[in-house]
Design a protein around this ligand. Structure first.
Ligand code: NOJ
Length: 573
């Protein structure tokens, strides 16, 4: 069909889009009591990949049974939501984001019964499960694609996007520049070019085909019926884009996104969608929906890159701006904040100068960088300095949104730069000092365990850190505990206080009659700041980290001596 003879021209994952109109009707106000019911506003997300978390049967690959054994560890850490990376049958060329059967559990990691048991065991512990929903593309091994390429008349042919000619711009718009060569590849069996926004083994599904939409809803219903609480929606803008010839800014079908969200909620009232969408803040409204009709949550990729810029430069000016730019959304929506995830840190939105500064500080060697825009390292080796690492995590739990942790971050795991692309940050969880870090008893593990250098499992592991009160693990547990006692951060309004300087960020949160103040010093040097607020007159500040009270002075003025990379959390009494 003509509409598929198209080309999408975009330079990286950060696209700008033409947009279909969002509803303009004003919303009914959201009652504050209702906001308290919204679980994701006060969640703590932990992302893990079953394949590398815990292997129960010694075959070298983690599995659901192994994960179930470790649930008490996660509960103890304070996690409320587990986000599972894809676990379906897959050739694993893109670590499982190349799905070959949406309705099954990869037999190497378990069975559907194991998955069901996981969800139930989580429920018993008051934890929720969300799973990756990868619907922009399939693996080229998926039977739908195999049927489509073999036969022009197959009903599956129109489930993908084809062109008879090689589109003029076929070597533009790659998400993985440097590795991926084109976005249209010739399939000799199909005798046509197929479109793939990602790698060539991931043909894009044709979202404009209503049959595809129906199938996606079946997939969603299938997994919701296991009792999960929602989805991390992969590649949201790409899923919605409408291929159009020669159009640099592809149209996005927001009605698809809103329809999907609605369908999910009809099916399970409290289910939520957390979107992977690295978009300009000006476009956020369309994704979340101006009045909350879009997806409930999005990762704050924009804020993440400015946060790294602030950590590298020890200057918070642009990060402050990014916070303000991403401030407004409906009270039912929420940002998810993260430090590291399973991909590279994408620095594509920074100025060249700022990006170079982050590169030179955190990714100085060529093999630490990826796709001309990012860094493929874990946080601990990147910062390499315990004080700054603590600052970064304190901040993660103090930012306006829901914190999301990647497995292994809580113990400061390292990376393996000898592994391909993003696999550097996907090595097995380090549980203890036993063989293969206690991850598996197999001779060979799916990804190698880190066993050399400063981040080797013999030095960095859960068991050792559990015994040490000062370990990163125990520090993060403490942050999580304090954060869980601060509903102001998930639910409340925030402001950046005037005490803020170019190195110290001071934020105040207010929720009903509660208020907290968090201060973070991005500089390695000591800083003294003055908190001065007329409304604080006569009140005292309770130091939440050190469990003491800061003496009030009559005019509501407080002097804070901030250590290099220091941070303080106060409740206003
Ligand atoms: C985004 C995922 O985060 C990434 O890991 C994956 O390679 C692409 N989507 C393709 O699914």
């Amino acid at each position: 069909m003509k509409k598929w003879l198209i080309f999408l021209a975009c330079l990286s994952t950060q696209l700008s889009f033409a947009q279909t109109e969002a509803p303009t009707a004003p919303p009914a106000p959201i009652p504050t009591d209702f906001v308290e019911e919204i679980w994701y506003k006060r969640a703590l997300i932990y992302n893990l990949d079953v394949k590398v978390f815990k292997d129960s049967d010694g075959d070298g690959m983690g599995d659901f049974k192994g994960l179930i054994q470790q649930l008490d560890y996660l509960k103890d850490l304070g996690i409320t939501v587990i986000w599972l990376s894809p676990f379906h049958p897959s050739p694993l060329e893109d670590d499982g984001y190349d799905i070959a059967d949406f309705y099954k559990v990869d037999p190497r990691v378990g069975t559907e019964a194991d998955f069901k048991q996981l969800v139930e065991e989580c429920k018993k512990r008051d934890m929720r499960v969300i799973i990756d929903l990868v619907i922009n593309h399939t693996s080229n091994q998926h039977p739908w694609y195999q049927a489509a390429r073999k036969d022009k008349n197959s009903p599956y042919r129109s489930w993908y996007v084809w062109s008879k000619e090689r589109p003029q711009d076929a070597d533009e718009g790659m998400v993985f520049p440097g590795v991926q060569k084109e976005t249209w590849t010739y399939d000799s069996l199909a005798q046509e070019y197929y479109f793939h926004r990602f790698y060539d083994f991931q043909p894009d599904l044709n979202a404009q085909n209503p049959d595809v939409e129906v199938e996606i809803r079946k997939i969603v219903k299938y997994w919701l019926d296991f009792g999960i609480s929602g989805f991390r929606l992969d590649a949201v803008p790409f899923y919605m884009e409408i291929p159009q010839s020669g159009m640099k800014n592809p149209m996005l079908q927001f009605d698809l996104l809103y329809g999907l969200r609605q369908f999910i909620q009809w099916h399970k009232a409290d289910a939520a969608v957390l979107g992977e969408a690295n978009v300009d803040p000006k476009e956020t409204d369309k994704f979340l929906g101006k009045y909350g009709e879009g997806i409930q949550m999005m990762f704050n990729f924009y804020g993440n890159q400015y946060l790294f810029s602030a950590l590298a430069s020890e200057n918070i000016e642009t990060f402050k701006k990014a916070l303000i730019e991403t401030r407004d959304h409906s009270p039912a929506n929420q940002w998810a904040w993260f430090l590291r995830n399973h991909d590279e840190i994408d620095l594509g939105r920074l100025s060249n100068e700022a990006r170079e500064e982050v590169y030179s500080k955190f990714g100085p060697k060529e093999n630490m960088r990826l796709y001309d825009r990012g860094i493929r390292r874990r946080l601990a080796p990147m910062l390499g300095n315990r004080k700054q690492i603590d600052l970064a995590y304190s901040l993660l739990f103090a930012l306006p949104g829901t914190p999301s942790l990647r497995y292994g971050e809580e113990i400061g795991m390292g990376d393996d730069l000898s592994l391909k692309e993003r696999n550097s940050v996907r090595t097995p969880m380090q549980w203890n000092t036993q063989k293969n870090a206690g991850f598996s008893t197999a001779a060979k593990t799916f990804h190698p365990v880190i066993s050399q250098g400063d981040y080797a499992y013999q030095k960095v592991n859960v068991a050792t850190q559990e015994k040490d009160q000062k370990s990163l693990l125990n520090t993060i547990k403490k942050f999580i505990k304090i954060r869980s006692q601060c509903p102001e951060i998930g639910w409340g309004e925030w402001t950046i206080l005037p005490a803020t300087t170019s190195t110290v960020l001071v934020m105040q949160y207010k929720w009903k009659d509660k208020s907290i103040v968090v201060a973070h010093n991005f500089s390695k040097e000591k800083q003294n700041i003055q908190l001065r607020m007329a409304e604080w007159k006569g009140k005292s500040l309770q130091d939440l980290l050190n469990e003491k009270t800061v003496k009030p002075v009559a005019e509501g003025s407080y002097s804070l001596a901030m250590e290099g990379y220091g941070f303080q959390w106060f409740r206003l009494n």
